[in-house]
Design a protein around this ligand. Sequence first.
Ligand code: ADP
Ligand code: MG
Length: 478
Amino acid sequence: MTDTLTPTGADAPSFAELGVPHYIASALERRGITHPFEIQAATIADALAGRDVCGAAPTGSGKTLAFGVPLVAMTRKARAHHPKALVLSPTRELADQITSELKTLSDRTRIAAVYGGVGYGKQIAALKSGVEVLVACPGRLEDLLESGTVRLSEVERVVIDEADRMADMGFLPAVRRILDQTTSRSQTVLFSATLDGDVAAIVREYQNDPVRHEVTIDDADTVPAEHLFWSVKREERNALLARTLTDVWPAVVFCRTRHGAERLAKQLDQAGVSTVSIHGGRSQQQRTKALADFTAGRVQAMIATDVAARGIHVDDVAVVVHYDVPEDHKAYVHRSGRTARAGRGGLVISLIEPNGHRAARRMQREVGIESQITDADSADLTEHRNAKTAPERRREQEPAPRPQRASDDSRRQRAKASGRPAGGSPDYGNRSYGGARKGAGNGDARPGARNGGGQYRKPHRKGASAGAGGSRRHPGKG
Ligand code: ADP
Ligand code: MG
């Protein structure tokens, strides 16, 4: 995270100055979180004062703690089956991420998640013993309401996270029904990437004189993602992708269908690129494991369908690939947002079949990107290449001795040259969901290892695997 999203130096209020109780501020400090990000500085004091908050901010800007800190600070003890606070999330993965992040704030507050795709047993047991903060996806919550396992009559605070995705996924009618049951609700907080359309209607109907905070990244400081459109024959897509992802990762690759995602994951694996897949055909347990392996940097690529990837936030995704053309320009923006590495440029690659050029150009116009559709060979991916070579990753995974100074320095230089974190940098040291950062992956596998690691090449100076030469272009700026 660069200082585009953090209030600068001396004028930044501390969490304590925003009114955050000491036990939470020190819990944050233990995680290395010492200064609020902008959206947090802007909303925490108002939320602690009990006001409704309506916030818009880009992915990765710290919205979870913006609503989570006040929620945990203010929530009172709950009776069995009667949570005091409710966080609504569009996806299971996001619900899990929110739950783990909130749990780090306090061990006095009982926090549990309920969502579909897994058994009822544990969720019912948690509700029975009592939870202060319930994190829920609308579908499962409605099931549990119907069976009487949970009652919302004592819920005082509600957070709607990712309200725009909730709308896209058709959950707003359920959200309304749920809100209507929270008869003791005195505070409603809503976060969304955008605050228009259906989201605006929810704000109007359910929020009471909300404090609005819209944070945008200052354009001047922003390194926009680089958008490449590669013309490639259908049968050549996989080989091209395997060559590219060998050096540029972590990658999220989007496919249209479950079947396509599964097939591509297998083929990339065979080509030496380690993958996980995440789509509707996989069990919740498989998805959770896949996401954990990916965020820990144990694999190079996550192959996903649109719905499965909604709302997932992983830091430091180097490249998003549209393997299949997205459904529409909105989907293009959502998918590409997975590489929104705040303040640093990411890479977005679309694979365009020869008969898809017209459609691709139409989409470019709708998104507002001006990019040529080119051969993959003309691209220089040097700056996006993963700074970590296989020997470096092996060294990092050895517990002792500590890497020598010289190698630390050279790693840092390489990282600087490629625009990626060197690890140990204070800017990155306090983020909890790590991409392939130093220290993030403490498993013993390294990408490619299960294929013998043979294709895992040390990046060389001369051009990326997809082609050489030329300086970096910014066709997609703005
Ligand atoms: P958003 O919901 O806005 O997309 P998240 O809440 O998921 O973003 O936060 C992104 C990452 O930033 C998380 O890993 C989180 O732990 C980290 N983070 C949040 N606030 C801070 C802070 N004040 N200082 C350092 N890291 C933070
Ligand atoms: Mg979020």
